[in-house]
Ligand binder design. Structure first.
Ligand SMILES: [Mn+2]
Length: 348
């Protein structure tokens, strides 16, 4: 097994009551997160925007790179009326400060504008390595299952009241990043989950958890199941071109439930990027060093606990290049699994 990555030291946590003072008096604050934001990114962003508005009296704008594909995430944005502005349409000269949630400068899926001072970074992913950015408020908690848990704790610590819409968004963040506390959940996540649920809009939560799905979703899923193969405890699914890149993580999640599976790796190509998701169901195994080994220097990656993801830039339209990339990833994954190709099973 690969070596473990040490978590960030726990004693270095900054006091969240300093946050409003850091931003007070700033003209407007740009709130940033990773590309194709997920519920935890959205929940943490919405919570931080509330904190900055109510605690520091500043106006905030949530910038988005990429798009939102997964039906649950779209439903969350619509139901909770989360105001997302495309990053490249924003006039950055109108902002006096920026804050970043659920990601960090240096990750390949994250844009850090050089012309807006970054004053806070709040995340739970293992730092990308290299030099740490000098940011007045830098709180990375790799033992947390969700960044939304961290932001919830800030709101409690300051303290600020949490309206039902904000509570619902934060709950969604904890729920989806920890799979209802079943994955990577710390005691802090469990507490946030338990305290946020009674003050969330339950009807809205039910709708976000079970949204309607378009026909393309089922077509792409059927194709994915046809492609997936089990190699004695390891399920691999290289899906080629996808209209919905979130299908990669969904398929990795779903196939982890295939009987006898220790880990799953799924990949797929969408608009110039090859996406990879790793999911593990084996105690004591860290996803982060595993994905690093599987990528072997190709693309960028991040992960914590039993989940990891990666993005590899690929020239669009070059089917042969995608094919070769998928073959390299498959070979390295099989080498890591220690499995030979003699025990291959179809899934669906
Ligand atoms: Mn997260």
């Amino acid at each position: 097994m690969p070596e473990r990555v040490p978590a960030a030291p726990s004693g270095s946590r900054p006091d969240p009551r300093r946050l409003p003072g850091i931003f007070r008096g700033k003209r407007r604050v740009l709130v940033l997160t990773h590309r194709n934001p997920d519920p935890d990114a959205l929940g943490a962003a919405v919570g931080l925007m509330h904190l900055l508005r109510e605690g520091a009296g500043v106006e905030t704008v949530l910038a988005m790179n990429g798009a939102i594909f997964r039906a649950e995430n779209r439903e969350m944005v619509e139901r909770l009326e989360i105001p997302l502005v495309p990053f490249n349409t924003i006039d950055r000269s109108g902002f006096g400060a920026a804050a970043m949630v659920d990601t960090q400068p240096g990750f390949g899926h994250t844009v850090t504008p050089p012309d807006v001072p970054l004053l806070a970074v709040i995340d739970h992913h293992v730092p990308p390595g290299g030099e740490l950015p000098t940011v007045p408020f830098y709180d990375i908690r790799t033992e947390y299952g969700a960044t939304s848990t961290l932001v919830y704790e800030y709101l409690r610590a300051i303290p600020l009241p949490i309206p039902i819409r904000i509570a619902t968004a934060l709950f969604c963040g904890v729920r989806f990043d920890t799979a209802d506390l079943e994955r990577n959940a710390s005691a802090a996540d469990a507490r946030a989950y338990d305290e946020l649920l009674p003050v969330s809009d339950r009807r809205m939560l039910a709708r976000i958890k079970n949204p309607n799905l378009p026909p393309e979703y089922f077509r792409e899923l059927r194709r994915a199941l046809g492609i997936a193969r089990s190699h004695g405890g390891v399920v691999l699914a290289f899906l080629g071109k996808l209209s919905n890149p979130d299908m990669v993580s969904e398929v990795a999640d779903l196939l982890l439930r295939y009987r006898g599976t220790k880990w799953t790796l799924a990949g797929g190509h969408h608009e110039g990027t090859y996406y990879v998701s790793l999911r593990i169901d084996a105690p004591g195994t860290d996803a982060y060093p595993m994905i690093r080994q599987i990528l072997d220097g190709e693309g960028t990656f991040g992960g914590h606990g039993r989940i990891a993801g990666a993005r590899i830039p690929v020239a669009d339209k070059k089917a042969r290049e995608i094919h070769a990339l998928q073959r390299r990833i498959r070979e390295r994954a099989l080498a890591l699994a220690g499995e030979t190709r003699t025990r291959v099973e179809r899934i669906g």
